[in-house]
Write a protein that binds this ligand. Structure first.
Ligand SMILES: [Zn+2]
Length: 732
């Protein structure tokens, strides 16, 4: 759910450049820049011009599926003509005629992409899916050609080299640096010989990562647990046992039972299996799926991938792959991310041992005579959880009616913090009848933007929840944010109250946190506006907004029983919060371990990576990376072992050296919650301060500086550890 929001906007983001916070008055387009594109013929069709609806909101009453393909192609042609105009400009390159011109280029392409990719996510059709498949490679090639254009890069570099003598504000400077850095990152500065070497490495990476993915797939299929008798599956539901019988029949083993493996180390059916030997077998199959020799053993190939990446980074002058990929992140370098994670190891290991103690006691209490192992962990943790925090989801739901959550909870908290208000409107065409729209007003009553709310599950919508913009905020083009939140809440039957689970309440607050980040954007340039921020930063404001879901005065206002009107009892909220701290030595520990593995593999120099060239060396490196730190990997193995870590090894870049991002933004989030609480909680003063220092800054400045402006200090990991129950010695 957390990263989903990026996927929807990734394509749109990839098509534009980048920028920061306004120091002076909003920038106007210069006559020179406007004139640059004036000879280029406009396109035709709906997307050729800005929408004439309020806020340039898309006019879904006019857009048809036949509009997209021609608009994409025309949009690319026009964009190319604009790029040519920038390149062929006889005037010397300057900030305006090169960087700003690049920034405003591709307007038609962005318009169609912003609508099209919104719909392929939230309300797709076979036709839209087919268009996406057809157009995606063309868009990638289009964007690559621009980023790697040597003539264009020469102009960008000329401006970049002169940057100290230019009178640029912070946002301008960031836009310039980002435009330059993105092109350098793509390879604009390499010699022809180096470009050839990168190409060779890219081809090898593409082949090997694809092969890794396939081997993991095959290993996962082959690792399925096979048992001969129904008795061995005691504890599973009849449905699960029938599914296991069917899976066996499909594999030509009629009469037996097969439990297929899931991607993660832990397997969902483990807690229910009563037979300990069967549990051990299923777990062992999972954790050793791809390290048993033979054709599905991924150890050598993953070492080769790590080695190729280190070599590629070296061609770009970087010491390791993580440094190369983290150029645009908040943490910037692997050491920062590693130090951050290593700070957690002590408390985490201690919690893992403490939890193991609790589970060992539970095992004894229920007649067992063994110490807990990973294959026993969730079986006994679930027993303890039931005893301590038995939560009745249905009971909780009765207090969360969707409209009340949105209007009396989410909107209410935003009004208290920022003074902004909301008014539902009925004049804007929507892409599905379940979508509602609201105007958002500033505290002074002026219009701030439009919010589209699309809450319900339907077959045409992909899973998860996300936020993005139909129209980004930018002073340069004088646009205000048009933002949507998409969720997958099960729709109540006709005539039934629309209740939502507590998980979904959190998700609603989370996605609206992204929306606030977008609404408070205060930028000249779309590429650094609002949520156009680093991967290890973008989830921070959205997570912070989740804190108001359980804030007492907000709960008082929205969490009311749909029949009795009674506010949710404190004891129930307390139970929810206590339950969230349970079993974190495992739940959180396995994630931290996976993130550590990711970063350790990608912080290797080419020489170090090349030295890991046997299956045994891979095993040793993995063990050393975790065990030397003191983590109890015999009790709590990583969520993914290196050998089946698809996120980092199954595509040329994927989420490599990025898995820590979830943890990093959580640190920023929990530390910020502490700041709010220490300073009086839900107040206008606090909200305005957060808005001024963080929510309005987009990606315009150094993120550590931004955090320091907000909190008056560097981010601290302690509040996150506390929130996860990883401090103190209370028995959980
Ligand atoms: Zn998110």
């Amino acid at each position: 759910m957390k990263l989903k929001f990026l996927a929807a906007s990734a394509m749109a983001l990839a098509l534009v450049a980048g920028c920061t916070k306004v120091d002076g008055p909003p920038r106007q387009l210069s006559e020179e820049t406007t004139a640059l594109f004036s000879a280029i013929p406009a396109g035709s069709g709906y997307f050729a011009t800005d929408s004439t609806l309020p806020f340039q909101a898309p006019d879904f009453s006019k857009i048809t599926e036949a509009d997209y393909l021609p608009a994409f192609r025309q949009g690319m042609d026009i964009h190319n003509a604009e790029i040519d105009a920038i390149k062929n400009n006889p005037a010397q390159a300057n900030f305006d005629n090169t960087i700003v011109a690049l920034e405003i280029s591709g307007a038609m392409l962005n318009r169609v992409a912003n609508v099209f990719f919104a719909l392929t996510g939230s309300n797709t059709t076979d036709r839209l899916d087919a268009i996406e498949e057809e157009i995606s490679p063309e868009l990638t090639a289009h964007s690559d050609a621009i980023t790697l254009d040597p003539v264009l890069f020469a102009r960008v570099k000329a401006v970049y080299d002169a940057r100290d003598s230019l009178d640029l504000n912070v946002e301008d400077t960031t836009l310039l640096e980002r435009t330059y850095a993105d092109m350098v990152h793509a390879g604009a500065q390499l010699t022809e010989d180096q470009k050839e070497q990168v190409k060779t490495i890219n081809t090898a990476l593409s082949e090997k990562t694809t092969a890794f993915g396939k081997m993991v797939r095959d290993a996962t299929v082959a690792g399925a647990l096979v048992v001969d008798s129904r008795a061995e599956l005691a504890g599973l539901s009849n449905t699960d046992i029938e599914a296991a019988a069917k899976a066996a029949a499909e594999r030509g083993m009629a009469g037996k039972f097969v439990i297929p493996l899931q991607n993660t180390t832990q397997q969902p059916l483990l807690p229910n299996l009563e037979n300990r030997a069967v549990r051990e077998k299923l777990f062992t199959n999972s954790v050793n799926r791809a390290d048993q020799g033979g054709e599905n053993d991924t150890r050598l190939i993953l070492a080769e991938i790590a080695s190729l990446r280190a070599q590629k980074a070296a061609l770009f002058g970087n010491p390791d792959w993580a440094t190369y990929t983290m150029y645009d992140r908040m943490a910037k370098e692997p050491k920062t991310a590693l130090d951050f994670m290593e700070q957690m190891v002590g408390p985490l290991a201690e919690t893992q041992r403490r939890e193991a103690g609790v589970l060992n006691a539970q095992i004894k209490k229920t007649g067992g005579d063994f110490d807990v192992k990973p294959w026993d962990w969730y079986r006994y943790a679930e027993q303890v959880r039931k005893e301590r925090y038995d939560l009745d989801e249905e009971e909780v739901k009765q207090y969360f009616e969707l409209t009340s959550v949105l209007e009396n909870g989410i909107f209410y908290a935003a009004t208290q913090l920022y003074g902004i208000t909301f008014e539902q409107r009925s004049d804007l065409p929507v892409y599905h009848p379940d979508v509602t729209t609201y105007t958002v007003f500033e505290a002074d009553g002026s219009e701030m933007g439009v919010f589209y709310f699309d809450p319900f599950q339907r077959p045409s919508k992909r899973g998860g929840a996300w936020m993005s913009n139909f129209v980004p905020q930018t002073y340069l083009k004088d646009t205000k944010p048009v933002i949507y939140n998409v969720l997958n809440i099960p729709k109540a039957a006709e005539g039934e109250p629309q209740l939502v689970s507590f998980d979904n309440v959190n998700t609603l607050f989370h996605e609206f946190g992204h929306a606030l980040h977008g609404f408070f954007a205060d930028q000249n340039y779309a590429s650094v506006s609002g949520t156009a921020t680093a991967r290890d930063f973008v989830e921070y404001p959205s997570q912070v907004n989740e804190m108001w879901a359980t804030y007492p005065s907000v709960l008082q206002n929205y969490a009311k029983h749909h029949e009795t009107g009674e506010t949710i009892p404190d004891a129930l909220i307390q139970k929810i919060e206590d339950a969230a701290k349970f079993n974190q030595g495992y739940d959180f520990g396995e994630v931290v371990e996976a993130a550590l593995l990711d970063m350790k593999w990608h912080a290797l120099s080419p020489e170090e990576a090349a030295a890991i060239n046997t299956a045994e060396a891979v095993d040793a490196f993995e063990r050393k990376s975790l065990e030397e730190l003191g983590l109890e990997i015999g009790l709590v193995p990583p969520r993914y072992r290196s050998t089946y870590f698809n996120h980092i090894f199954s595509s040329p870049a994927g989420y490599s050296s990025g898995y820590y991002s979830y943890l990093w933004t959580e640190m920023l989030d929990r530390d910020s919650r502490k700041w709010f609480i220490d300073n009086g909680g839900l107040t206008r003063e606090n909200g305005d301060h957060y808005r001024a220092t963080v929510l309005s800054r987009g990606g315009t400045m150094d993120y550590f500086e931004m955090f320091d402006n907000f909190a008056g200090r560097a981010p601290d990991v302690t509040p996150m550890l506390e929130a996860r129950g990883l401090t103190g010695d209370e028995e959980r």
